[in-house]
Design a protein around this ligand. Structure first.
Ligand SMILES: *[C@@H]1O[C@H](CO)[C@@H](O)[C@H](O)[C@H]1NC(C)=O
Length: 155
């Protein structure tokens, strides 16, 4: 009788706790990112970067992500002629933050991506090198983790 009760309790605890966490991580992790239509002009004074980014998920219906249907980042020098380290993306930095990780023409970028899934905020930080040859190829998100809300990127 007591053993039965304990087994029932243990099973309930396992059902509530373990599978929930692991399935959340799997269903909330993007399967791929794609950067397409990449172009960069490193020559002053006409420096520019243009790229289009989109994400893919195992079940998009569980996800809130402005970049899922695609976003565009277009950046030029600021009024004083300096090229910013952080690109400007249409869906805003609460969704996508793309930083230069080297000279403008090197194609070395870090993509920080933020999305909602399973009632939580998530982010990834992915270094990528993009050039004419790698344009349009998928790459995997790295360092996927939950974001504790209260951070500037929380809704
Ligand atoms: C910059 O762009 C302007 C306007 O399109 C063009 O006339 C000029 O030659 C360009 N400069 C360089 C260095 O490419």
């Amino acid at each position: 009788m007591l053993a039965h009760l304990l087994t029932t309790l243990l099973l309930s605890v396992l059902t509530l706790a373990l599978p929930h966490t692991s399935s959340n991580q799997a269903t909330c992790t993007p399967t791929a990112y794609t950067i397409s239509s990449y172009s960069a002009n490193p020559t002053k004074p006409n420096q520019s970067i243009h790229l289009a980014f989109r994400s893919a998920f195992p079940d998009p219906s569980l996800v809130t992500d402005a970049a899922f249907s695609g976003t565009v980042c277009d950046t030029s020098p600021d009024p004083s002629g300096n090229f910013p380290n952080e690109l400007t993306c249409l869906t805003g930095r609460s969704n996508l933050e793309v930083d230069l990780r080297g000279a403008l023409g090197s194609g070395r970028l870090t993509v920080a991506h933020f999305w909602g899934c399973g009632g939580k905020r998530w982010m990834s930080s992915t270094p990528v090198v993009i050039d004419a040859g790698s344009e349009g190829k998928d790459f995997r998100p790295q360092d996927v983790r939950e974001v504790l809300c209260g951070a500037p990127t929380c809704p």
